[in-house]
Design a binder for this molecule. Structure first.
Ligand SMILES: *[C@@H]1O[C@H](CO)[C@@H](O)[C@H](O)[C@H]1NC(C)=O
Ligand SMILES: *[C@@H]1O[C@H](CO)[C@@H](O)[C@H](O)[C@H]1NC(C)=O
Length: 366
C-alpha cells in the first residue's frame, strides 16, 4: 500500500481504528505490521480491521502477519496494473479510505475482483515466505521428497518445492474468518470469490526439472514445484472479471442461482457478483467511485482507455509536457554505450471534470 497509509498505520494505529467506519473495516488496511519490539498482543490489538478470529491468528503467528501486511502492496499493485486502462482503476491509494471501504460493502464485479486478487496475494506471499525460510511455522513442501514418477519416467524431488498447501490453508483461515456470519448473501459471495482467488494461484503451480548426467543425458532428473508469478494469477482473474456471473442468493440461503438463465451456473473458477456496477464516471462516495476527472486518456486508442470512453464524453484537456530522454546512443569499443540527452515533448490528455459539479459530491454517509 502507499507510504502514506503505512505511515498512518505505523504512527497512529489507534486513531485509524476510529477513522474507518466499523462496517467497512478489513484486513486490507493493515499495511506494514511492526512486531520487533512490541509484544504480539499489543501489536495485534493495534492492527485496524481485524475480526476476533483474525486477531487470534495474529497473536499466534505474528510473523505471518508481517508477510500479509507487506503482501498488500503487491496485490494492490497487481490490481492497479490490471485495471490501469479502465475507469475504475483499483485506486486505493486514496487518502480517504472510506472510499475503498465502500467497495467492501458492495457486491459489484469490482468488489469480486478485489476479494479474489487479495486472497491470491496472500496465498502467494505466505507460500513464498515459507520457501524463503522466513517463517517458523512452515518451510518447503515436506511431501516432495524421495523418488517420484511422471510421464517422462522417474525423477528425484530436489531443491525447494513451494508449499502452497500451507499458503492456501492459512489464507483460507485468515481471510475467510471475516465472513462467517450465517446466511448472509454478501458473506457467501465473498467466500466464493476468495476461493476463486486461492485457486487462481494453485492453477499456475508448475513442476520444473533439471537434467543431470553426462552431457545433459538426463540420466538423473531432479524436479521441484514452483508457484508462478502473481501476474499470471492477475491476468487470469482479470479474464474472470470480464466473464463474472451475476447471481442471486437461493431461497434457502445456501448458494447461488444465476440471475439470468441464459448464463451457465458459476463454478469455483468463476467470479460472482450481485449488484450492477456504477459507470465510475463521476465521483460518488456511496458507490466507491473516484470518477475519471483528471485521468490520463489515450487519444488514439479505441479501447477503454480512449478519451471518449475514459472521459465519459465530457471531453479532455491537452497539455504539452517535455522530458529528457536518452537518444543517439552509440556503442564504443570496448565496452560502453554513450547517449545524448534529448528533449522530447509529448501531449498528455486528461479528462475534464463534469460540468456544474463544483465538488458537490455526495458527502460521507456512513
Ligand atoms: C488515486 O486517486 C488520488 C485521489 O483522487 C489521485 O491523487 C491519484 O493520482 C490516483 N492514483 C492513480 C494511480 O490513479
Ligand atoms: C494509445 O493507444 C494506441 C492504440 O491502442 C497504442 O498503440 C499506444 O501505445 C497508446 N499510447 C499510450 C501512451 O499508451
Amino acid at each position: 500500500m502507499n507510504t502514506l497509509l503505512l505511515d498512518i498505520c505505523f504512527f497512529f494505529p489507534v486513531t485509524l481504528l476510529f477513522l474507518i467506519p466499523e462496517a467497512a473495516t478489513s484486513w486490507w488496511y493493515m499495511g506494514a505490521v511492526v512486531s520487533s519490539s512490541t509484544s504480539s498482543r499489543v501489536m495485534c490489538n493495534n492492527i485496524p480491521g481485524l475480526v476476533t478470529h483474525q486477531r487470534q491468528l495474529c497473536q499466534r503467528y505474528p510473523e505471518i502477519m508481517q508477510v500479509i501486511g507487506l503482501g498488500i502492496t503487491e496485490w494492490t499493485t497487481e490490481c492497479q496494473y490490471q485495471f490501469r486502462n479502465y475507469r475504475w482503476n483499483c485506486n486505493i491509494t486514496e487518502r480517504d479510505q472510506s472510499l475503498f471501504g465502500k467497495l467492501i460493502l458492495r457486491s459489484s464485479r469490482e468488489s469480486a475482483f478485489v476479494y479474489a486478487i487479495s486472497s491470491a496475494g496472500i496465498v502467494f506471499a505466505i507460500t513464498r515466505a515459507c520457501s524463503q525460510g522466513e517463517l517458523k511455522s512452515c518451510s518447503c513442501d515436506p511431501m516432495k521428497k524421495g523418488i517420484s514418477k511422471d510421464s517422462r519416467g522417474n525423477f528425484a524431488w530436489g531443491g525447494c518445492s513451494d508449499n502452497i498447501d500451507y499458503g492456501l490453508k492459512f489464507a483460507r483461515k485468515f481471510v475467510d474468518a471475516k465472513e462467517r456470519k450465517g446466511k448472509d448473501a454478501r458473506a457467501l459471495m465473498n467466500l466464493h470469490n476468495n476461493k476463486v482467488g486461492r485457486k487462481a494461484v494453485k492453477r499456475f503451480m508448475k513442476q520444473e526439472c533439471k537434467c543431470h548426467g553426462v552431457s545433459g543425458s538426463c540420466t538423473i532428473r531432479t524436479c521441484w514445484v514452483a508457484i508462478g508469478d502473481l501476474r499470471k494469477s492477475g491476468d487470469y482473474l482479470r479474464r474472470k472479471y470480464n466473464g463474472a456471473i451475476q447471481v442471486v442468493m437461493n431461497q434457502d440461503g445456501t448458494g447461488f442461482t444465476v440471475a439470468n438463465k441464459i448464463f451457465k451456473k458459476p463454478t469455483t473458477n468463476d467470479l460472482v457478483y450481485f449488484e450492477n456496477s456504477p459507470d465510475y464516471c463521476v465521483r460518488d462516495r456511496d458507490v466507491g467511485s473516484l470518477g475519471t476527472a483528471g485521468r490520463i486518456c489515450n487519444q488514439t486508442s479505441r479501447g477503454m482507455d480512449s478519451c471518449e470512453v475514459m472521459c465519459c464524453g465530457r471531453g479532455y484537456d491537452t497539455s504539452r509536457i517535455t522530458r529528457m530522454v536518452k537518444c543517439e546512443c552509440k556503442f564504443h569499443w570496448c565496452c560502453s554505450v554513450r547517449c545524448k540527452d534529448c528533449v522530447e515533448s509529448m501531449d498528455v490528455h486528461t479528462c475534464k471534470a463534469p460540468k456544474g459539479v463544483t465538488w458537490k459530491e455526495k458527502t460521507l454517509s456512513g
